[in-house]
Design a protein around this ligand. Structure first.
Ligand SMILES: [Zn+2]
Length: 100
């Protein structure tokens, strides 16, 4: 149960950061760890894959230091979803955190 909820928050973080800049697996894992989410490649990569398949992220593979790395950016559909969710986050915050 906690994992389901966390995964939703994790996806929102991914959308947010993929809007701000290009993101990639290891960078995201570090960023998410900073927020207290422990997520390994076994969960993160399938999640990124799913978001890409859904048309919310766009992926570009590039070679860095002889290693293939996949970079992700948000798509217009991802942006629309993020904006929709921002409203819901605000509502949730007002009610659940502030009790209004
Ligand atoms: Zn973040």
């Amino acid at each position: 149960m906690i994992r389901d909820l966390e995964l939703a928050f994790i996806k929102l973080h991914i959308f947010y950061h993929a809007d701000k800049e290009e993101v990639f697996g290891i960078g995201l894992m570090e960023e998410l760890a900073r927020h207290g989410y422990e997520i390994g490649p076994g969960t993160l990569y399938p999640t990124l894959n799913k978001l890409e398949k859904g048309g919310f992220l766009i992926c570009e593979a590039r070679t860095v230091d002889h290693k293939q790395r996949k970079y992700y950016r948000i798509t217009p559909a991802g942006m629309a979803l993020l904006n929709q969710m921002k409203q819901k986050i605000e509502e949730l915050y007002e009610e659940v955190v502030k009790g209004q």
